[in-house]
Design a protein around this ligand. Structure first.
Ligand code: HGY
Ligand code: MN
Ligand code: MN
Length: 417
């Protein structure tokens, strides 16, 4: 018996694996799950993953970026010779109040697929790894897909070490407290060179499969998306003793930023613009704020459209701030260009999956980051609500099983070529 139940989890059953972690990181205030990187819930999820991987005979390592790699090596080979590896997996961290499928479904399905491949008698001729990427959501340190970006060398380690969470603690401090060595983060070209394909299974974040009435799809593209930190500074004062004409109220400017983002986004067909997080300082009901921090998330298939929207909102915000006697700084936290998944790989997998539909997505993924450096594909599993980043996110048991079968078919194809 181990921390979470029977010593040997149900074989080939992603539903059972997900059920084992359903109690980890539940959020009694927001609902759903809150599992930020380097938190106790995320640590528990890492322990769960390692237990489930080791009981499957996988050799687990944690690299300098905190990425977990659980290896199934071909018989008769040893670790240093790993090359042409096939990697699958996803993430275990969540947004605040998220669902139990965004990330964990891909990890559980990958573990279950190892069972299925073994049951089918597949003997890989190349290594297979199940990987877990940390801080995919960027919920703690602000940069999305932080682990995969570090691995790919597209974010500077010094910048990452200095990133702060909402308590002001740096990545370096928090990761060290969690038992990692922040001096070790950074690009790992040798590891990337040893990987010949990456496949990520993920719950669909949208209703494409519901509308098509299909359980599983392949990903076509991820639309460009980025996040910008807007800091507005004014003059704090007393809510009752300060005449309206004498105010420099940053909250008023924040309202203008949000109005402007909505208007600029609606003016561009199929653009998406969101402000989901605002921090007012000091945050008293009877206090005129001294500063406001808010974060914009802007997405569109055209990268130019994203940058045009952000520039227009910045200009309108700065004009409003000048008239209110406030100052504004807008800084880009992360940006992901539009990603087209490798067509030749996608087409090959489509034949393996008997013409699974191909869907684009507005959600970012580690697969989107790695697609620049490794042939990468994604599988989506139907989400009946289509909702995500909310407790309403879901996936049906039969569709989850269909996803495991599809991932197993894809991995069998890639492992035995
Ligand atoms: O924000 C995203 O698109 C992803 O869920 N991290
Ligand atoms: Mn995700
Ligand atoms: Mn997500």
């Amino acid at each position: 018996m181990n921390a979470r139940g029977p010593v040997v989890s149900a074989r080939g059953d992603a539903n059972a694996l997900l059920a084992e972690i359903a109690g980890i990181g539940t959020d009694p205030v927001r609902g759903g799950y809150t599992r930020p990187v380097f938190s106790a819930p995320e640590r528990d999820l890492r322990v769960w993953f390692i237990e489930r991987a080791v009981e499957r005979g996988l050799e687990v390592e944690t690299d300098g970026n905190g990425i977990l790699w659980a290896w199934w090596d071909p018989e008769g080979t040893d670790a240093p010779a790993r090359r042409d590896a096939i990697v699958t997996g996803s993430h275990l961290d969540s947004v605040p109040g998220g669902g139990n499928y965004d990330g964990p479904l891909g990890v559980a399905s990958a573990l279950a697929a190892v069972d299925v491949l073994r049951e089918r008698g597949i003997r890989p001729v190349r290594p297979l790894a199940v990987a877990v990427f940390p801080e995919e959501e960027g919920s703690r340190f602000g940069v999305a897909c932080l682990g995969s970006r570090l691995l790919a060398g597209v974010v500077a380690p010094d910048r990452v070490r200095a990133l702060t969470d909402d308590t002001g603690r740096t990545y370096a401090e928090v990761s060290a407290d969690a038992g990692f060595d922040p001096a070790l983060i950074g690009a790992d070209p040798d590891r990337l060179a040893a990987i010949s394909a990456f496949v990520e299974l993920h719950v669909e974040q949208g209703r494409g499969l519901v509308d098509l009435d299909r359980p599983v799809a392949l990903a076509g593209a991820i639309i460009a998306h980025g996040r910008w930190h807007v800091r507005i500074e004014g003059r704090g004062d007393h809510a009752g003793a300060t005449r309206m004409a004498d105010r420099q109220d940053p909250v008023v400017i924040a309202a203008e930023t949000i109005r402007s983002l909505r208007a600029q986004t609606l003016a561009v067909d199929d653009a998406r613009g969101t402000v989901g997080r605002i921090v007012v300082t000091p945050g008293g009901t009877n206090v005129i704020a001294s500063a406001v921090d808010l974060w914009m998330d802007v997405r569109h298939r055209s990268e130019d459209a994203v940058h045009t929207i952000v520039a227009a909102v910045t200009a309108e915000t700065q004009r409003a701030a000048a008239s209110e006697g406030c100052t504004v700084t807008v800084s880009e936290q992360s940006f992901s260009p539009t990603v087209e998944f490798a067509p030749e790989m996608r087409d090959a997998l489509q034949s393996v999956l008997l013409d699974a539909p191909v869907l684009d997505t507005g959600a970012g993924h580690d697969a989107g980051v790695l697609a620049d450096v490794i042939p990468t594909a994604m599988l989506f599993v139907r989400n009946p609500t289509g909702a995500s980043h909310t407790p309403a996110e879901t996936a049906g048991a039969d569709d989850i099983a269909a996803g495991v079968d599809a991932l197993s078919d894809v991995l069998a194809h890639l492992l035995t070529r």
